[in-house]
Design a binder for this molecule. Sequence first.
Ligand code: NAD
Length: 455
Amino acid sequence: MNVTIIGCGYVGLVTAACLADVGNDVCCYDVDQDKIAILESGGIPIHEPGLHEIVARNKAAGRLSFTTDPRRAMTQREAIFIAVGTPSGEDGSADLQYVLAAASEIGRHIEGFTVVVDKSTVPVGTARRVREAIAEQLAQRGVDAMFSVVSNPEFLKEGAAIEDFTRPERIVIGCDEDVPGEHARDTMKRLYSPYNRNRDRMLFMDVRSAEFTKYAANAMLATRISFMNELANLAERVGADIEAVRRGIGSDPRIGYHFLYAGCGYGGSCFPKDVRALMQTAQEQGQALRILDAVSEVNAAQKQVLVSKIVARFGQDLSDRSFGVWGLAFKPGTDDMREAPSRVLIAALLERGARVVAFDPVAMKEAQRALAADLRGEPEALARLTLVEDQMDVAANADALVIMTEWKAFKSPDFDSLKARLKQPIVFDGRNLYEPSAMDELGIEYHSIGRSGAP
Ligand code: NAD
């Protein structure tokens, strides 16, 4: 099939590469000329394991192309995916300007029947607005092209995006009940058939329910995390070990093990903004979503938990102190720094006068950009932040090591070498990577989340 993907970010590029890899002719369109230039010259603008190889293979085979030319991208395509960003607007609602700009662009160029697939995470009712934006442009052109807008939310996880896209647990598709909707349903079935072989994973539903499903899924996952974080803080007070509790409850199949890890808060490009957007939708409907209010509030507080522990240990004034930070990306496997807890921690340490030396296995460039933006207008604080290329270098003469992302490379470090570099053997672990008893044996003062009761 001939397919176009609008937006070459984490979702768009993975979707494009995977669809090309099963034989489709895929054109990637983006308004960001730098991104397209990188892709055309054989580079990849984001870090996603395995993506480089698939892009290179399909580019070489002539199945994957990149352009900033909307005419080339959008005429005579069977399906056009919208995979642009939907960041939070000022009031917390999803900012649809990029989605609607993409829709208008589609309306300016399509000629014959086209299935428009909304892959961006968008509030209920957005498909209708996309339809109107396309229809408006078609009317202006006096063109009578048939089209259908389908909602096909994406559930991939950064860091495991290829696996998630090619072996999905479910493929949610919201189609209209009319004739174009029926055509669209067939197109989507054909497009996804390579990923739907050993059992039927396709869930067809109405468009509004499909749009809602994505928010419901992310809100549920965020709720599990905040729930465990709040219990972890209580576990510390009552002398219980949240890791033991996690295993104890996760073994119940009604609960399951996923997303029950206590830590220093969730971040990323999805959970925070999607929870906010769902709350905003509820507010527009005059309904409170009290659980999600609490989920957000708990998460904001949790991003400060390590700061509180550091202040309790060293005092409010950290001006003579230096901290090494391991992990900057919001989670392992990605260079995504959007709403990463590390940003909150680093800003808080710098604000109290500390020096910070930080390392991340892949997010250094993104981190540099994000932290410089956070500290714009505070050059003196920014000067106290150093990013280093070797993970052991963060510990040199540091008062403590702080762990913010659970990268594999941090799971079994050379503790002797770490101890030799640190001014004093103190570790604040926001991801509960180590056993408290083992750290005790190593003579390391270990502060983790919800584990004061661990042996
Ligand atoms: P991203 O910011 O990485 O990429 C978006 C891309 O769209 C950028 O390259 C940008 O230049 C481009 N763009 C913006 N406006 C455009 C326009 N009018 N025409 C062409 N290109 C345009 O975003 P992302 O992380 O890939 O997320 C995309 C959508 O998918 C969001 O709605 C997000 O919530 C959703 N989503 C993201 C993930 C994830 O893990 N990142 C997972 C599931 C769903």
